[in-house]
Structure formats: structure tokens, C-alpha cells
Design a protein around this ligand. Sequence first.
Ligand code: CDP
Length: 806
Amino acid sequence: MNDTSPTRAEREARLEGMGCSRRRTEDARFIQGKGNYVDDLKLPGMLFGDFVRSPYAHARIKKIDVSKAAALPGVKAVLTANELKPVKLDWMPTLAGDVQAVLAGDKVLFQNQEVAFVIAEDRYIAADAVELVEVEYEDLPVVIDPFKAMDQNAPVLREDLKGKTEGAHGKRKHWNHIFNWEIGDQGATDAALNAAEVKIKELISYQRVHPSPLETCACVASMDKVRGELTVWGTFQAPHVVRTVAALLSGITEQKIHVIAPDIGGGFGNKVGVYPGYVCSIVGSIVLGVPIKWVEDRIENLTATAFARDYHMTTELAATKDGRITGLKVHVLADHGAFDACADPSKWPAGFFNIVTGSYDIPAAYVSVDGVYTNKAPGGVAYRCSFRVTEAAYCIERAIDVLAKKLKMDPAELRLKNLIRAEQFPYKSALGWEYDSGNYHVAMRKAMDAVGYSKLREEQRQKREAFKRGETRELMGIGVAFFTEIVGAGPTKNCDILGIGMFDSCEIRVHPTGAVIARLGTKSQGQGHETTYGQIIATELGIPADSINIEEGNTDTAPYGLGTYGSRSTPVSGAATAVAARKIKAKAQKIAAHLLEVAEGDLEWDIDGFRVKGLPERTKSMKEIAWAAYNNVPPGMEHGLEAVNYYDPPNMTFPFGAYICVCDVDADTGYTKIRRFYALDDCGTRINPMIIEGQVHGGLTEAFGIAMGQEIKYDETGNVVTGTFMDYFMPTAVETPVWETDFTVTPSPHHPIGAKGVGESPNVGGVPAFSNAVNDAFGHLDIGHIQMPHDGWRTWLAAKQAGLHK
Ligand code: CDP
């Protein structure tokens, strides 16, 4: 090696591979306003669609008169259910095995349900025409409270299901019942509860919230009648699934449908499903032969597209006097709204809620979930969490604190006592999961040391004394949460969407100059995939990340994939990327052996190429090998350097974390100030530490929003009273606390690079940490579990109930 040759460290640094805080490549266009979102798309002759929506939550439609709207200059068509019926598109299947009205025919089932679709020359004419559509309604009694949905005198909501005693997931108990799902050993759990020295029972509700991405849902459908081909650009988290659904619904063969998801401004689960806006735009374009654009406004997004949570979890814990948990029993009442449009893998009507035993070694557990219809918008998506996992984490983490209060034990100590021990991994939970890896005690102790936990408790004790003496009106709360996520759906043997197994994919092509294009079945919505997938390939193939282009979202070019949600990109497509790269590397090794005239086994990998063992000066870099792949391959070998992998994960990955929140509650105003928030995450091998930190900041901010104020609220007649950002809490930089992040690294043993997902962990762990902190502020007082969201009003009421107001 001469003096000017780069050192090994320099060669490695030049790759910007895994472990490097590489700057986000996509930001070059985002921060200059050069992103390409659906609403940026302008096509010749394009028309605009807008919906007539129901003002009622439950009403019969007596008559729809579109004549005035149709006569407005600039209006090209008005669709109602009558126009969709002949092409059998007035109803569409949901991901959960139910059907959903595309346009309401006989009756409406929630406020702002789609009733007619106006197509006009521009958005303003379409909006004016919407006002001219006359709909005669006869209002019907509404069901808003899920606890009343199965009353004997409850109105029948889904008349289309009349007489159907079997649903997609078994027997229906009532006309408003959707499914019952149970798992675990009921007998053993009841026995543990009966024998318990101490037990708690608490209704822990997770309110209805909405993912509310910055960009609302949108699409442009363009039917080329000459070629018989349909192109749909849309805000799709799972473009291939949309193409398959479009083929099944429209009868157009799948190769003639092109689905393109351009840049997406946040998804958080909201952009997984198929919405009436997509179907109506496609039908409009097929009928009129011109492109149709549909873009939701904010009120439509908040009130009509997929909500999240609305889970009401009656939770029982059994324990010994010294705090050993012996059993967990949960009954969930799940409010799914008017149609079951939950976005879960087909066989999992309650998602992965059976992760509810959390991070604890609980010998007996049983869960039963009942889904019910109400007069609310459909949905039930995983808003920045794996399927129903934030609900499960909130349930167990609140229950642990309730138990700690009853036992008069410190909640962190109670956790340490029951956490699964390192030597128990892989750990089989009482509800059936095999946790792949974890080192929980180390993480918990690191978190406690970092915040000075025992000092904080001492400060809290002193503050409580000062409060009693009347020297302060502030209550200090310390919220601890230890969570386990379950991400990377999933093994195809038990996870599918509409019958398609939940694998994911990556195709890599190395060009002659050593530059690379890689295409994947996932779709970034802001998570930085263009940056991080490139880093995996850079390390695996020894090619600088800057020479690698990552492409997602075009069904014509990307290999089939199930999309991005539930933090599955890294666990599934990240693995596919590594495996595809390794296939290329194996071929590259053969080419290198041919070029160096040695046996393959005489070579070893060295950062960015192969070298002959024992002769470090005899090397072939990947750049040289790439060139040779196109002109000098071993006899009998095909030219080219590319590979594809469809990865079927053997198991989920199980990221985990320890979060601690410190807050001060003003007893007189109910205002809660978050003084400190510490988040330790373990997502296994870290691909890009800076992106991980950004993901944690974003997720914590959303968790803060949910825990401290967000709720999609309905009045008793079914009006949504939180349909704008004036009423629905959206934290800005002003309200958002400062985050402290930290990590441990426990690689996943079955993932090719040991990585687990991370994007959703902070939502899963953050919500219970905030809620536990607010509840803990009242921990010394005689007051039960305080429900979320912890807005000023609710917290003020808690202070009043605790007798703190004169
Ligand atoms: O599926 P989604 O992209 O939403 O979630 P994810 O797999 O948790 O990844 C979110 C972002 O964090 C991606 O850019 C990942 O590449 C990055 N990440 C990472 O750098 N290291 C990990 N161990 C996990 C994720």
C-alpha cells in the first residue's frame, strides 16, 4: 500500500453505510419545495371531484336530486349510488372482510359519509355544485356509545347484513356485533385471579384519535380508453395492494393498471385503505375518458377517513403481595364505526393485541375482543404503531401502575420484578408470541440512572409535603413505561392481506460503472427510505451510498410488495435488501475469482471488494467487478449483476424501550407541563442513528398529542365536534417538549442484519409514559385511573375529584 492509498477507515467512511448518520438524500428536494405530491400533478383536460356528504349520523335517504348541480356550468357529471350499481361499485370490500358503501344508497351511517360525487372543471365549481345537490333525509336513532351498541333496543345499523349470523371472523352475537376474538387460557387465568393475594380491575379506554397526516388523502385517476389502461397516482402506503384491488373491482386486467405513489406527506396508517374517493375518481375517469383528481380537505380527512383506536379495555391483573404478577385478563370492546374497515392482517381482527402481556413474564393470560358497529366513521388503523400494539402497551402499562398503587410499591420496582429476564429469550408469551430477543433489565436500569430516578422520587416526596403546607399548587408526576413492540408483519404462514402473504421485496441492479438502482415493495411517507436502504446496500456491496438510487411506489417497476405500515419496512424489505445484495455478492465473488485466477474459496471480503487471502495487495473492487460483469464473466455465467429477493420473515422483530416522563400539573388550571422526557429505544442494529433520532422525535410528538389532547369526539346525535385543527389538538413546536434520546443494541437473531423497526416505538411507549406521569401526579391521592386525553379540563376535574379545590 503506498502512502496515498486510503486507509481502511477512510474506505469504510466513504461508503456511508450502516451505522452512519448519513444526511437524508430526499431532503434535497423536500426542503426546496421540490417534492412531487399527488396534488402537484397537473394533466391535460383534468377534472376535479368533490363529495356531497351526509350531515346526519344515521338517516334514511328518501330522495337525491342532482338536477340543479348537473346544470351548473362547468359540471361534467354527478355520480350517486344509482350510477355505481350497474357496474357493481356502489359497495366495495374492506380489508377486514366487511363491505363498505362507496356512495350511500338507502341510508347513511355516519356524519360526512359520501353520498354523491360531483365532477367539474375545477375544485371551486365542484364545491359550488356540491351545495346544489338536494338530498332528502329521514333521521334515525343513532348509536355513538359502543357500550350501548348491543343493547336489546339498539337500532339496527347495518340493514345490508340483516339475518347474517356469521361474520368474517365467526358468529355475530347481535345485529350490531361484528366479531369476537379470543386467545389464551381462560381457565388458568381465572384460577390465577381467584387465587390472587392482590388484584386490580380497571376500565382503561384508549380514545378515538386520527393520524391526521400533513398531506390529506388524494388521487388522480386517468383512463386511457385507446390503450385500455388505467393509471392511478395516489397517497398509497401499499401501492401494489391498491393495484390488485383495483383489478378485482374494475375487471381491468392487472397489467393494464399502473399505480404510482409519488412523494407522500405522512401516512401513519391513514393511507393504507381504499377510500370512496379513489373508486369514484376511477369510475369518473372511465366514464368521461379524462383524468379526475380528488383531494380531501382537512375536515373530510379528520371526519371520514380512517380513524385509530376507540378501544375500551377492561383489565384485570392478579399478583402476589410482594408484586409478582400471576395473571392478566382483558376484555376489549372495540368500536369499529359503521363499516369494519380495520387495516389488520386478515386473520387478526384485533391486530396483534395479544402482545398485551407486554414486557412481563406473566404465566397465565386471556384476551377476548368484541367488535361492534356504531354511527361513526370506519377505520381502526394502526396510527404509528403495529396493529393494535399501542392499545396493548397502553393497557398493560397503565394496569401495572394501577397495581403498583394498590401494592404501595414503586412502579419501576414492580416492573423490574416482572420484566422478562435476558436468559429467557427467545421467550414464548402466554398469548402465543415468541419474542426474538431482549435485554430489558439493562435498558430499564440505564433509563433510571440517566434520569436520576431515586432523586426524582425524593423531589416528588418533598413537593407533596410543600403542597400540603400550601407552598405550591403544583403536583409532580413521574411516568414510567417499558414497552415491547412487535413489528415486521409478517410470516406469510399467518399474515396476509386479502389473501396475499405479507412478504416484501427488493430488486437490485448494479450497472457497469458500479452505480446501483434498487427498487422495493415498500413506500416511504417521510421515513427516509431513500437514505437508509442505500446504506444497507452500501455496507453489503461495498458501493458508496451516493452511487445508489432507491425507488419505491411504482407498481410497473417495483417488485410486488405489501407496503409500509406497522414499521415493517426495515424488518421485511430491509431484510430483502440485504438478501438480494448477498446474492449479488456471491456472483461478484465468482467473477472476482475469475479475474484474479484463483479459486472462489481463496477470496475474502474486504470493505469494498474481494482480496486474495494472505495476499492483501491482490484485490478486485466492486467497481472493477461490476464492469467485468458486463464484458468478462467466467465461462457459462450469464452477464449482468442483479438480484431480487422476496423475503418471508421467519418471525416478527420485537423492539423495546424504557421511557420516563416527568411532569408538573397545576392543580388549579389542570395545565400539565412536561418537564422532562427520556426515551431509550432498542431497535437492534441501527442503520442510521440520525434518522432513528428523528423517528423517535416525531413519534414522541405524536404520542404527546394523543396522550395530552387528541380525541375525535362525537355529540349524542353523532356530530363530530373535533373536525378541525381548532378543536383537534395538533402539537406545534410551541407545545412540544424537548426530547432526550438514548439506546441499547440487542440485534434480532433472525434478521439478516439484526435490525428491528423503530418508527412506531415512540408512539407505543410514549403514550403510556405521559399518561402514567399525569396519573402519578395524583398517585398519593384517593383517586382512580384518569382516562386520556389529559387535557386541561380533564386534569382540572381530576384535581377537583381529589379534593384539591376549595
Ligand atoms: O416501516 P417504516 O419505514 O415506517 O418503519 P421502520 O422500518 O421502523 O423505519 C423507519 C426509518 O428508520 C427508516 O428510514 C429505517 O431505515 C430507519 N431505521 C434505522 O435506521 N435502523 C433501524 N434499526 C430501524 C429503522
